[in-house]
Ligand binder design. Structure first.
Ligand code: FAD
Length: 427
């Protein structure tokens, strides 16, 4: 589909071309739409998948959206439509133990960071397909954004300050800047010659949507089991199921394959063993789906005429639900950097400006990736000495308020330099 008066086989000119219309690419198009107001043409977004497609059956993931991401989505005109489908998190209960332990008392209770009376500042769980649908509707509405889909980029060539991009079906485009938001296997990153550091966790993330017998009261749970973390995130109820939850269940790959092959009764039995009985009996609503888990870190986030953001720059272990939130922080930081450069009369697409963005984001991304990796390694094993150490560690954190506050703010996306779109204030 091609929209907004663009015909095939002509060379379109645009200030910024965004490749990848996932959560991050769409948010970036909205955050940069102001650059289209300079008369240099629309922001163009290209995706290989049909843009009108409903993602409800395709992606069963749910995202823990931090207060900072939420503020950004509100400023982009997205959050008010997402809010009815967002379940605020009242508490995160973290425990570790063995699979056969009937009761796993929480080692650490993180209150969410909500300090407002109306719950506006709480982290919230949203199903991916709702967020994608609202973002798509908002992008389609914005006259400063043109969408080309389905199509893919087959070539990128830089010539002076211009990047010439060839599309498989719709001719060519010339732009000042290509933003790669095309996910962990980014072809733009590869075309730009940006190398990555990768490793495979040998784990699979199993996701599913379940119905619970008893109210979850907004509680999210994370059990660190020897094979990998098991999380149940609370979802808003609907007319069919009053109490719903979303699973993110990491398992060693072979065991995950066995679990995925079980019939529904067998799968639910294995699930109940991990979930425990605090929410009563669990029933299946949809899934399971499997995602291979690994880490991919781009060694550079920028190259002349190119920026990589979201999973194209960093794919993390999902144990702390930070992947999309880090991607949203990229969006807000790139928006701040480019729009400020344009405002003061700098060339927003110059390498000097892009490197400012890279310096801003690199430390945050690498430190988050290392923290997730370390936590996964420390918890996903059966070494008894380590278990005692981490139990003491988590117990101490629970009692030590300033550290707990720091951890909560880190989970809320409020540490480090905060971009304007994410700052606390009127939205
Ligand atoms: C099991 C699991 C649970 C997770 N839970 C959380 C969570 O709770 N909270 C959180 O913050 N994060 C979570 N994450 C991480 C999160 O899913 C990702 O960080 C996020 O989806 C990345 O979004 P993205 O837009 O960068 O990439 P993607 O979602 O991968 O989107 C890439 C887009 O690019 C398009 N595309 C790809 N190649 C091309 C091409 N060549 N040309 C054109 N278009 C192309 C695709 O069609 C797609 O639309 C989880 C991840 C997993 C695996």
């Amino acid at each position: 589909m091609m929209r907004k008066s663009q015909t095939s086989n002509n060379s379109i000119k645009c200030p910024v071309l965004i490749v990848g219309g996932g959560l991050v690419g769409m948010a970036q198009a909205l955050a940069l739409a102001a650059l289209a107001e300079t008369g240099a043409g629309n922001i163009v977004l290209v995706d290989k998948v049909v843009f009108t497609r409903n993602d409800a059956a395709r992606d069963l993931r749910s995202f823990a959206i931090t207060a900072a991401s939420r503020r950004m989505l509100a400023r982009l005109g997205v959050w008010d439509k997402v809010a009815p489908y967002a379940q605020p998190v009242s508490k995160m209960l973290i425990s570790d133990g063995e699979l056969d332990q009937m009761v796993r008392p929480p080692l650490l209770e993180l209150p969410t960071e909500d300090s407002s009376e109306d719950g506006k500042e709480a982290a919230a769980i949203v199903e991916s397909h709702y967020l994608l649908a609202v973002l798509k509707a908002r992008v389609k509405q914005d006259k400063r954004i043109s969408v080309i889909a389905p199509d893919r980029v087959t070539g990128v060539e830089r010539n002076g300050g211009i990047v010439n991009v060839t599309l498989e079906k719709n001719g060519s485009l010339s732009t000042r800047l290509v933003v790669a938001a095309d996910g962990a296997k980014s072809s733009i990153r590869r075309m730009a010659g940006i190398k990555t550091t990768d490793w495979d966790y040998g784990q699979t993330g199993i996701v599913a949507t379940i119905a619970l017998d008893r109210p979850h009261k907004g509680r999210a749970i994370q059990h660190f089991l020897p094979a990998g973390p098991f999380a149940m995130l609370p979802l808003v109820g609907n007319s069919e199921y009053a109490h719903r939850g979303s699973l993110v269940w990491s398992e060693e790959r072979r065991e995950a394959r066995r679990l995925m092959d079980l019939d529904e009764a067998g799968f639910l039995e294995a699930l109940q063993l991990r979930l425990g009985h605090q929410f009563g009996e669990a029933r299946m609503i949809s899934g399971p789906q499997a995602f291979p888990l690994g880490m991919t870190l781009a060694r550079d986030f920028v190259a002349p005429g190119i920026v990589v953001i979201g999973d194209a720059a960093h794919r993390l272990h999902p144990l702390a639900g930070q992947g999309a939130n880090l991607g949203f922080k990229d969006v807000a930081a790139l928006g701040d950097t480019l729009i400020e450069a344009q405002r003061v009369g700098e060339d927003f697409a110059s390498l000097t400006v892009l490197e400012r963005y890279q310096t801003w984001r690199r430390f945050d991304v690498v430190s988050n990736a290392m923290a997730m990796d370390g936590i996964n390694r420390i918890f996903s094993n059966r070494i008894s000495g380590l278990k005692q150490l981490r139990d003491v560690g988590l117990g101490l954190v629970d009692r030590f308020l300033p550290l707990k506050n720091l951890l909560t703010r880190e989970a809320a996306g409020e540490t480090g330099r905060v971009p304007a779109l994410m700052r606390v204030g009127d939205v």
